[in-house]
Structures are given as structure tokens and as C-alpha cells.
Design a protein around this ligand. Structure first.
Ligand SMILES: [Zn+2]
Length: 271
């Protein structure tokens, strides 16, 4: 467990969110906690841009939209409105990086196996582009901390964000890798991801942060994404979408990693 002084040691917190909703789900408690200190707290949504104009949507993308209950023309605007609502709850700023969701990147990813498989070979440069889009100085600033996904579950967009975090850590930036939810709720998912990273980018345990006083803010933030709740909780987790069912499924995991007190857990790149 970690105390306030470690969290207050940095004055700027930058949360890297592959998609709209990832921060609320995975580390919304910590985001609310550091924002409550008055520290500058920003969420960078990496893959949140509109699909390319004039390019037809894949059947897979259309099926995803149907699952969210959103028409193609309103998807991005609706999801940005959800992000803004969650940001108000957590007390964070939002920035939008210039990349598109995997389901809009041509026909590289057209089913769940693609989505949770290895990134396409021609996307090897994306992690470097993500880092470049953050507009950072050459020399690492130790008053800034980045929170990036560990990539549990293996979604390609999350893997790209993990790889961007590894680049940042190797350049000397302070990077905490968060456990991706809901994916980490599945037994073995975390272990499988740690194992897949072990050869080239091994991770070691980092802080576990209690989030008790910010629990309700986290759940409020998750509920600020109504278009996503069916897909995440009913289809992926296998529970209902009432506040109580959502909170219970997340709480069980948060209390397990926190030894009985709700917490969010982080990892670091091993030296
Ligand atoms: Zn995501």
C-alpha cells in the first residue's frame, strides 16, 4: 500500500487511455484521488478520432456500433460527451490524441480474434507516434507521472499504449502501468499478460493504492459511459448493468488486490 506523500511527490498526472472509458474503469479511483489534491490531472484518449471520411465502415465496426446502440454518425460525438461527463466526475482534463480506434483502421481488425491478437505488422511505428503526440520535452521531467495500460486482455490498442509506456519508461519518465479492467477480472488474464511481457519488457509490482474515499466517484465515472455498459458488463463480465451489479463486480476485484480494502494496483517496467 502507498501513502499520500508518494502520490503527492509529482505535480502532474497524465493518464493514457487507449479508448474512451479505460481510465474510469481501470484507475478512476487514483485519478479522482490525485485530482482531489489539486494536482494537474489529464487523460489523453489515444484512439478516439472519427473514422476516415468517405471510407466505408467494416461490418465489424457496424456490429460494434449496434452493440453500443449508437448510429455511425453520432458515435464519436456521443462517446466524447460520455468522456466529458466522466472527466467532470473525476476532476480531470481531457485531451484527444490524433489516432483512430482499431475498428476504424482499414480492414486490419475485423473480428474479436484480430482485436485481441497481435498488432498488425505495418503498425510497428504506432507506439513511437503516440509518444511523439504527447508533446514532451527531450529530457524527462520527474514532476510528471504517466499512467499507461499494462495491456491485460491483449486488445491491440491497449498493446500499442503499453508499448508507448515502455518507450517513455526507457527514456527516463516515471511510468505506472495500470491493470486493464474489465479484462483483469478474468482469472489468469493478468498472469498471462505478465508472462507475455516477460521476455522483452518484464514488469515488476509497483504501488497498490487504496481508493476507498473515491470509490463512489469511480463508479459514477464508469456509469457515465452508458453506451458501453452492455458490452463491458453483460457480454464480457457476465453480470447485469445496474449500478449495484457493476459496483459489486469491480469491488470484488478491488478488495482482493487491496487485501480487503478497495484498491487499484500498478506495475513498473523492471530495470
Ligand atoms: Zn480500451
Amino acid at each position: 500500500m502507498i501513502d499520500d506523500s508518494a502520490l503527492k511527490a509529482v505535480s502532474s498526472h497524465r493518464f493514457v487511455s487507449p479508448h474512451y472509458d479505460d481510465i474510469a474503469l481501470s484507475c478512476g479511483g487514483v485519478a479522482a484521488r490525485v485530482a482531489a489534491y489539486g494536482a494537474r490531472s489529464r487523460v489523453a484518449v489515444v484512439f478516439g478520432q472519427e473514422p476516415a471520411a468517405g471510407q466505408p465502415l467494416s461490418g465489424f465496426a457496424q456490429a460494434m456500433h449496434a452493440g453500443w446502440g449508437l448510429a455511425a454518425a453520432e458515435v464519436i460525438a456521443s462517446r466524447r460527451a460520455e468522456e466529458a461527463a466522466a472527466a467532470r466526475v473525476l476532476g480531470v482534463e481531457t485531451e484527444l490524441l490524433p489516432f483512430r480506434d482499431s475498428i476504424y483502421r482499414g480492414d486490419r481488425f475485423t473480428n474479436d480474434d484480430d482485436l485481441f491478437g497481435r498488432p498488425a505488422a505495418d503498425e510497428a511505428g504506432l507506439p513511437g507516434e503516440i509518444v511523439a503526440s504527447l508533446g514532451l520535452p527531450d529530457r524527462p521531467d520527474r514532476s510528471v507521472r504517466f499512467y499507461v495500460p499494462l495491456g491485460v486482455g491483449g486488445h491491440v490498442d491497449h498493446r500499442h499504449a503499453t508499448a508507448a509506456g515502455v518507450l517513455l519508461a526507457r527514456r527516463g519518465w516515471d511510468v505506472w502501468f495500470y491493470e486493464d479492467l474489465p479484462y483483469a477480472l478474468r482469472p489468469q488474464a493478468l498472469d498471462q499478460r505478465l508472462e507475455s511481457l516477460a521476455a522483452e519488457t518484464p514488469m515488476e509490482p509497483g504501488p497498490t493504492v487504496p481508493i476507498g474515499p473515491h470509490w463512489d466517484a469511480k463508479i459514477d465515472a464508469v456509469l457515465a459511459y452508458p453506451s458501453q455498459l452492455e458490452t463491458i458488463f453483460r457480454h464480457y463480465v457476465g453480470v447485469g448493468t445496474s449500478r449495484e451489479e457493476i459496483a459489486t463486480s469491480l469491488r470484488t476485484y478491488a478488495e482482493r488486490i487491496g487485501g480487503g480494502a478497495a484498491a487499484e494496483r500498478f506495475w513498473r517496467l523492471a530495470e
